[in-house]
Design a protein around this ligand. Sequence first.
Ligand SMILES: [Zn+2]
Length: 947
Amino acid sequence: MFRPALVWMLSLAWLIVTATAQSADIPEPGSAEAIAAATTDPHFVSPWVSYVPASSTVPSPEKFFGRIMGAPGELLGTEKTYAYARALAAASPRVRVFTLGHSEEGREILMLAIADEDAIRDLDRLKGATAALADPRRTDQAAADKLIAGSRPIYYFNAALHSDETGSTEAMVELAYRLAVSEQPMIQRIRERVVVLINPISNPDGRDKMVDWFYRYLKGKTDRDTLPRQSPPYWSKYTFVDINRDTHQQTHETTKAVHRMFHEWHPMVVHDLHEGTPLMMTWNGTGPYNPNIDPITYTEFLELSFHEVEALTAMGMPGVSTWNFGEAFAHLYLDSVAMNHNSIGRGYETFGNGSAETEQRSVSQSSTTMEWYRPLPVGREVTWSARDNLNYQETGALAALDETASESKEMLHNFYKKGWDSWQKGLTQPPYAFLIPENQGDRARVAQMVERLMGQHIEVAQAQQLIQLKEGSFPAGTYVVRLDQPYRNYAVDLLTPQHYPKDGEAPYDDVSWELPAHYHLQAIPTADASIREAALTQLKDAPHVEGRVTGSGPVYLLKDTGQESFLAARYRLANFEIRIAEREFEAGGTKFPAGSWIVASQTGLRDAIPPIAAELGLDFTEVSAIPEVPSHKAQAPRIGLWVPWADTDSIGWIRYSLDQRKVPYTYLRDEDVRAGNLRSRIDVLLYGHVDLELAEQIEGLPKTWSPMPFKKTAETPSFGTPAESDDITGGIGYEGLAQIQRFIDNGGLMLTLGSGTMLALEGGLVRFVRRSSGGVPRSTAGGGGASSAASQQAATRTPGAHVRVTFDRTDHPISYGYPAHTYVFRQNFPLYATPRHWLRMAYCTTCLDGPEDRSGVVMEWGDTDGKAFVESGQAWGEENLIGRPAILDMPVGKGHVVSFNFNPMHRDLNRGDQRLLWNAILNWQAIIAGQPKVAGAAPGPSPEPEE
Ligand SMILES: [Zn+2]
């Protein structure tokens, strides 16, 4: 745009000449001109994508949509994109479409397969070949060599995963057409040697919301300084940016679809297309690298990345880099399904405007220096268009496919070799297996962890009889993960603690994902090779544990051994009266710890209990009389879950967990909080972790954009789910904060998690707790890379690690089901001091802070028994954290506020922490009735609360 027109036109002529000279393609008339017009600088396009090849039989995107891909001011939604994909498949024998699944809102998730005609006819055989190569136990080297000679690598692209990263759908649509019709020699070679899979819209719910958002709020706006919020408040039913951090848990339909695709096709590469860095970053991580990934993978992804940097740089495209993004220790992203299963997971970050309009953009100084990983940097100011972004994505993709075509046999060999290496490690070096005892206090949770492993195609068996090993004896029913299997490396990664190096680069996200730590369970490694002789039954389906009802009598007891399903059970029994024991008691020769349930005889109870025991894996005991023990009433509270419009992401995971457990709650929008009258509607106000500063938590999205409706209309048909609004700006405001205060004053219980705790402790709802320096204010480790490492080094950081804690109040209901010393999962949050009786008066030098009052400290950071602080992951500056409150329970008016300095509801991963929150919900009346107790005082029966 700012270049003299003559220079541009000359460059364009050169591009067209070079493009046509090296190919047999005839450009579609007008395509080169339209692309040039939509490209802001001739350096921002390659000869490969500077035109669209003409075809007399196959419809080009321009013929179908009436415009080129990446045209300014337009975005494709799912309906049009899929219609084109089907038209392409109908017209070309080199293209087929497949349905990978359906989204939460029912939209199709579609995939294109593109290759030469022979391969498209032969897809089943090619899929069979990669599946056989994936399992070296049934494919010996000779058979593998034969398969490799007759097959080819499969390369999968995943577009539009993050909905505000809007460019990749159209880049992939144009790529699909180009691959199908171009006779350019490089593309012929790709077609002949590779099968290309393209998922143009991996999260269709978010795509359609984003497209509606663009046309409603962003179209025609090009001044970046005055743009309104660039994204709808939701991208999917539950989450926002976290949709790509779901690979270990597979909760979203987007994730499930890609995982199903993976295990059906076994692509050598799964490639996510993101937009976050100028002008293009091809991931390979700074290290430290995860030791449980085969070393071949790290060399392969470096090779692919450097080929892209080389190819685009050679074509004069500036700003292409690799390295200095993420660390490649954590493989918890969507592409990681490949990383964790012996393939290659990759990603781009290109420069997205978050809009289809052309904008003037500033590039940060740190992205403009010449480095070994960025040989041709870009300047500080660029005019950037949707087509520029597309040019980089599509050119990069072609470079990657070209490299894959060149190395196709080597990649197949490597894929087979990685499966072989993994399997052989399980045969030749300890551990040879993990043993997961069935009875660890919560049999259902053990079964759920086994289900997670099996969901990753990790094979799990069950012992048919007692197994004697040098580590001990394990009863029949013990789950056994033998490690002589192709996904041994991933099994080891999921079942052992992570050790993130303390002097490593700053991590990008979590540093621990060990499942036994997340689930608070044991998986015992064995170095005894005789495990291979043990009689085992291979599990075909995930286990389901049924609870039992034993004994006899009208009273039911439920022994608290830490079962997570207590919350679900309470709501299944919502209409029944239940009491919770405050101390250990004995009945029928069995000891029942504090937290156990006492359910007296009630009409309908005998029919209600057995199905709940069966469904939730809970064992009830019938006894003849109510045991003598202090207990309190535990009514199922009416839960209100406040979801601020400014950040719906992390709280989405709470909604997911409650929905999975069929626990009812009221979804409270900002406007619902403002409307007040909360105490008459709910008993417990749950406010989860949000990635917002205090002012943003209160004031929400800037009112300068008001009103911003998020409502289903003819113009915006995808809006309004899962919640709607006439105006998402303005937050709860001080009006809403006052309503929350009134709710607590009137005897409500407020629960705050993670950075949501800032609102309670720093917003003044709770007094006398001082924020301490040294913490990291926001949870996201974000940014990653070397530049942020030094600045983060000084602060206290636990960026997603399992760390030790100690209960100060072992009598407190939150401790039910837990030992006095345990651990929880913690990300980076502010640090808070122990409460005091008063804080220093302003200007007063003699009236300093009052004495500490630990009566509200339920749990503190660190293990007072002296165990090492880190259970799995890593921590920095932990000396400043140890001893500080991890959970505070503070009286306010007639109510209480319980504040967690961590997030027990992290992405449906830390299931073993969830019971802490469930305890607070289940025992809400006792917590409110408790009022301040003196630490160490003997607990007595709680007074009945007012109702
Ligand atoms: Zn992204």
